[in-house]
Design a protein around this ligand. Sequence first.
Ligand SMILES: Cc1cc2nc3c(=O)[nH]c(=O)nc-3n(C[C@H](O)[C@H](O)[C@H](O)COP(=O)(O)OP(=O)(O)OC[C@H]3O[C@@H](n4cnc5c(N)ncnc54)[C@H](O)[C@@H]3O)c2cc1C
Length: 227
Amino acid sequence: LAKEIRAYGGKILTNHQVLSIKQTNGVANSIVVSCNGIKNNIECDGIINAAGPWSGKVAKLINQNVELQLTRGCGIFFTGQLVSQAINRCRIPNNNDIMCPSGNESLWGTTSQVVYDPDTPETNQDEIQKLLLGAEELFPNIRKYKSFRTWSGVRPLIKPKKIDKDLPLSRGHLVIDHEGTGLKNFLTICGGALTTHRLMAEDVVNKLGNKFGFDIACSSHVTPLLN
Ligand SMILES: Cc1cc2nc3c(=O)[nH]c(=O)nc-3n(C[C@H](O)[C@H](O)[C@H](O)COP(=O)(O)OP(=O)(O)OC[C@H]3O[C@@H](n4cnc5c(N)ncnc54)[C@H](O)[C@@H]3O)c2cc1C
């Protein structure tokens, strides 16, 4: 993907934190980034905020709102392939649902807990015990297997107007055009899942392209990546 971006003239800056976003006459037109303490101003025609669980914080840099429901999730990695293919419980998605083999490891997860800060602390003992208890229901001997690391992250889910506690929150995605709240050429893409990242990119890029009057639709769904 990185090769493809560069082949089209794109530039990727890793480890650059967006510190501020600027606008002139209601049009977003530059950002200030910092890398190893060195600040740089980057001028631009438009900005896409794709900061996942931090999207709300990034939008706040220019007084915009992004309403997310942040849910923290954890998992445990076990050594070896405990299953030959992913085993997922056939029920409404809940905690402790899936054992997923990946190379010489197997991931058991996950949990879901509403949080308000995207910076997630490490998995704690209580969470590990709850995961092991859940895993034991499907794999009674699970505690005999070596678990060598845990993992946690925060899901940036779209906050519904009304939350039904019995149902999982949607993994759908949303493109927010901040023109409606007074800022042109600033879009946020939020929600979604890893499995829908390409479609998320397509939707937000098409929307920005339309704003600039480009008559070319994104074609990433039919374009093989360079290898
Ligand atoms: C516990 C858990 C389980 C999941 N399970 C699944 C699953 O089974 N299937 C599935 O498809 N998806 C799953 N996902 C969802 C998927 O991983 C998320 O949708 C995805 O991580 C969010 O992607 P994103 O690109 O929007 O955000 P991220 O991947 O979080 O990327 C946001 C980026 O923005 C950067 N950033 C933040 N602030 C700034 C700033 N000021 N300046 C510059 N950069 C900044 C961050 O460093 C980060 O690199 C799961 C996620 C979690 C947490």
